[in-house]
Design a protein around this ligand. Sequence first.
Ligand SMILES: Cc1cc2nc3c(=O)[nH]c(=O)nc-3n(C[C@H](O)[C@H](O)[C@H](O)COP(=O)(O)OP(=O)(O)OC[C@H]3O[C@@H](n4cnc5c(N)ncnc54)[C@H](O)[C@@H]3O)c2cc1C
Length: 410
Amino acid sequence: MVVKKTQNNILIVGGGIGGLTLALALHEKGIKCNIFEASPEFKPLGVGINMLPHAIKVLSSLNLESELSRFGVEAQEFAYFNRHGQPIITEHCGRFAGYDYPHFSIHRGDLHKVLYDAVIDRFGPNFINFNHSCSGFEQNEKTVKVLFNQQEPHTGSIIIAADGFHSNIRKNLYPNEGEPRYGGINMWRGVTIRKPFLTGASVTRIGTVDTGKMTIYPIREFNNGSQMINWVTEQPRSDFKRNDWATKGHIEDFIEPFKEWHFDWLDIPDLINNSEFVLEYPMVDRDPINQWTFGRVTLMGDAAHPMYPRGGNGGAQAILDADSLAKNLEKHEDQISAINAYEGERRVIANQIVLTNRKQPPDHIIEKVESLTKGLPFNRIEDVINPEELLAISERYKNIAQYSIEKVSN
Ligand SMILES: Cc1cc2nc3c(=O)[nH]c(=O)nc-3n(C[C@H](O)[C@H](O)[C@H](O)COP(=O)(O)OP(=O)(O)OC[C@H]3O[C@@H](n4cnc5c(N)ncnc54)[C@H](O)[C@@H]3O)c2cc1C
C-alpha cells in the first residue's frame, strides 16, 4: 500500500538526541511528524559527549553548527598517554585534521538544548508531547497505534522508536531479551571547572582499564578563561547495577589507581577531588539484533544499537540514523519501504560499531603500548612501536564508525 506524503503521520517515540534530530531532519524536507516524550518537561541532562565530524555534518545541514559552537569546545586533537603520563601519539581531529566539519566536545545537556530550541523555534512551543510514556504499540495493514501508560493512544502511519537504551518498543519486539549485557567495567564521571590544559581543546585518553583509565576533555568555556573539564574513568568491577545516567558515585570507590598521577601537564587527583559532582554508570550494551523494522515500526539510536559510550559514537550514530531515515522517507513514497531501506543502510554498520566498541575502541592504542612495554615508562615511542601502526588502529575505528575523512567528504 502506498501512503501519500500528504497523509503522513509519523510518530516518533522519544525526544532525546536521536528523536529531536529526526524531527528537525524531517522538517527540513517538509515531512510532518509528532514526538512523544516520557519526561514531564525538557531537562538538559548528562555530562560530556563528543560530536565528531560525521555527526556535525548532519547537524550543520540542519543549520545548527553555529549554535553548537556557542556551547561546545571545538576539539583540536586526540592525545593518547600511558599511565605514567607520557605522550604516545597525538592526532589532529575535526577541522584541524582537514575535515570540512568541526569536532565539538560538548555537554550532552547543551547539545540536547540546541536541538530542543531548534524544534521549538521551527515547530512551535507545544510540538513535543511531554508526559507520554510509551508502553507499546498495535498495528494493522493500514495504521499503527502507539500506546501510553497514562495517555490516550495515538494513531499514525509509522512509529520510529527513539526511546533510548531502555526502549519499551524494543521490549515489545524482543520480549525475551532480558537485562543489558554488562562487560565487567564500571565508569565514574564528573566535571571540574579549572584552567585549560594542553591545547585547551585536547581530547585525552590515558592508561588502560586494568590499571586505571581516564578520558578527559573540555566541554564548556567561560568568559574568565576557565573551562568545564569532563572526565571519565573506566575500571573493572564484577557487580552490575542497573544503568541510569543519574546514579551518584563516590571518589573513594575509584581514585586508588590515580593517587600518583601528578603529571606535569595535568594533576589527575586534583582534577578528581575538585569535581562538581561524581556520577557512575556501568559499561553496558546489548547484543546486536538482526531486525529493526517490523511492519510499520522501526528502531533507531540506542533503542536499535545500544553501545558502550566509547569513541564518541552513541549520540553520533543516533544522528546518522535520523539522517538516513529522513532521506529515505523523502525518497520513498511508501513509508514502509523507506524504513526498510533505512535499516538496510544502517543496521550492519551500527552493529559492527557495537562489537568494535567492546574490544577495539580507539584507546586500544594505549592497551597495545601497555602490553609492549609491560606497563613501564619508555624513552621514545619509536623504540616501542612504529607510530604509524598505532595511527592505523585509529583509522580502522574511523572507517568502521563512518568518520574517516573520505566517508565524511562523500
Ligand atoms: C538522562 C541521560 C543522560 C545521558 N548522558 C550522557 C552523557 O553524559 N554522555 C553520553 O555520551 N551519553 C549520554 N546519554 C546517552 C546518549 O544521549 C545516547 O546514547 C545517545 O544520544 C543516543 O540517542 P537516543 O536518542 O537514541 O537516546 P537518548 O538521547 O537517550 O533519548 C531517548 C529519549 O527517549 C525518552 N524515553 C525513554 N523511554 C520512553 C518511553 N517509554 N516513552 C517515551 N519516551 C521515552 C527518554 O526520556 C529520552 O528523552 C544520556 C542519555 C540520557 C537519557
